[in-house]
Design a protein around this ligand. Structure first.
Ligand code: G3P
Length: 221
């Protein structure tokens, strides 16, 4: 399962790449706004350069012609640029055209499995179901991942399931068990993934036992 960072913050991406935990990045207009949106062109170019994989950048037009115009501009920014298109009829139409031009689309704002099926049939490279926002309204977001996985397996659909709106490590675990292709994770959740209290406790004990042999902490090998 690939790990993408769900951020438009270049420092977070740099840090994640150093840890070897970033296969790609997803951005959206809300994440762009957090980085003081006006310099977004520079930020996007930097993100595309520093990310060792696909970077999703979202259109903000809602009509077919506008989406196409913005999508073509996005795709020219770099070989790893993926165009994020919202799940609407106009978006599906744009996805189909972009597929015919060899441009990868990440279909976003997916909240049920039929939307995912439609996006796949239109040629999307990725579908982005928002699990956290479903949890927020009292639904089990992860259950749609299971259903999308079943549908895609039934019909040998190659569109990748990119689990979005991740809120906690349990979302990541359940995505992996269900066989999702990608999870896109906020930086604070990424940092939590390697942690376990027994790991911390074990490390403290190892280091204090070592000091019983070498009180100065020396490593004499
Ligand atoms: O990238 C889209 C998605 O991950 C948004 O997440 O936390 O705003 O629901 P959130």
């Amino acid at each position: 399962m690939k790990l993408f960072l769900d951020t438009a913050n270049v420092e977070e991406i740099r840090q994640g790449v150093q840890w070897g935990l970033v296969d790609g990045v997803t951005t959206n207009p809300s994440l762009a706004a957090k980085e003081k949106g006006t310099g977004f062109e520079t930020i996007v170019k930097q993100i595309l350069k520093e990310t060792p994989g696909p970077v999703s950048i979202e259109v903000v037009a809602t009509d077919y012609e506008g989406m196409m115009e913005q999508a073509l501009r996005i795709s020219r920014l770099g070989d790893n640029a993926v165009v994020k298109i919202p799940m609407t009829l106009e978006g599906l139409r744009a996805t189909k055209t972009l597929k015919s031009k060899g441009i990868a689309v990440n279909c976003t704002l997916i909240f049920n499995p039929v939307q995912a099926l439609l996006a796949a049939k239109s040629g999307a490279e990725y579908v982005s179901p928002f699990v956290g926002r479903l949890d927020d309204i009292g639904e089990d977001g992860m259950s749609i991942i299971e259903q999308i996985k079943t549908i895609f397996t039934n019909y040998d659909i190659e569109t990748k399931i990119l689990v979005a709106s991740i809120r906690n490590p349990l979302h990541v675990l359940r995505s992996a068990i269900m066989g999702a292709d990608v999870v896109t994770i906020p930086f604070d959740v990424l940092k939590k993934l390697p942690s376990h209290p027994k790991t911390d406790e074990g490390l403290v004990r190892f280091l204090s036992d070592w000091k019983k042999i070498f009180p100065d902490g020396r490593f004499p090998l």
